[in-house]
Design a protein around this ligand. Structure first.
Ligand code: RET
Length: 256
């Protein structure tokens, strides 16, 4: 990454983005974990994992921020590379851990049969991990050609996941209680919408954006997408779990 193509404003803007990302992710983890006890026992695992995802992200945003700070010296009023490389692997390791977990959250909150849960989490989690692994070589390559090849390869599991979410989960969603059906549908479309952002952001350097503008669009773009895909999505999962817990409580009261 050519850090010296960044203006001081762009460099600090990106850094503020990481800092904001860290604050959101850390606060979200605390919120999910502290509120978990309000839920019926069968939904606690989904929300525990939601907090785990934002906690893993908070840790990586802290590391990304430190790596970004060490990579440049701005004391002269300009961005001067120190020679310490900015480590993009933090983002990809974060995704490798959190993207399969995000899909697992969604499956768990649906409360499917044990067999269906295992089948869907393995299939979707595996595809998500493959998608991230295939994206990394292109992200760190300096040629546009390689970046495009790995984009295409990574898009194969991506399309599979989206197809599974839209078509494969249709029957399961149809069986959900009325009061959460709408929310689960929104959560599915939020995943698709937020996730579409990543392959688009990845292509920015290939569509004529260069230098500091390309780096800024890429880094800030990923940060915004992460906040939506992890913290905002988590709030949906939490709300679904709250509503379903209330439904469980009501049926228990009726039974008494
Ligand atoms: C890459 C490489 C280019 C092609 C595709 C990609 C997809 C990335 C996605 C990442 C999702 C990350 C999330 C993070 C955390 O919350 C790897 C950029 C398809 C979908 C949801």
């Amino acid at each position: 990454m050519e850090l010296e193509t960044l203006s001081l404003g762009q460099y600090t803007f990106i850094q503020n983005g990481y800092s904001f990302g860290f604050a959101v992710m850390a606060a979200a983890s605390l919120f999910f974990w502290l509120m978990k006890s309000e839920l019926a026992p069968s939904y606690r695992l989904a929300v525990t994992i939601t907090g785990l995802v934002t906690a893993i992200a908070a840790y990586h945003y802290l590391q990304i921020m430190l790596s970004w700070g060490a990579a440049a010296d701005v004391t002269t009023g300009e961005v001067v590379a120190t020679g310490s490389p900015f480590n993009q692997a933090y983002r990809y390791v974060d995704w490798l851990l959190t993207v399969p977990l995000l899909l697992i959250e969604l499956i768990l909150v649906m409360n499917l049969t044990r067999q269906e849960t295992i089948k869907k989490t393995t299939m979707l989690g595996g595809a998500a991990a493959l998608m991230i692994v295939l994206g990394y070589p292109g992200e760190v390559s300096s040629t546009g050609g390689l970046r495009f090849v790995f984009w295409v390869l990574s898009m194969i599991p991506f399309v599979f996941i989206v197809h599974q979410l839209v078509v494969g989960l249709k029957d399961s969603i149809a069986k959900q209680p009325e009061e959460v059906k709408g929310l689960i549908n929104i959560a599915v479309y939020l995943v698709i919408g937020a996730w579409l952002f990543y392959p688009i952001v990845y292509l920015f350097p290939l569509v004529g954006l260069t230098g500091g503008a390309a780096i800024t669009a890429l880094e800030v773009g990923y940060t915004i997408a992460d906040i939506v895909a992890k913290a905002l999505f988590g709030v949906f999962i939490f709300t679904i779990a709250v509503r379903k817990s209330k439904a469980v409580e009501n049926t228990e009261n009726e039974a008494v």
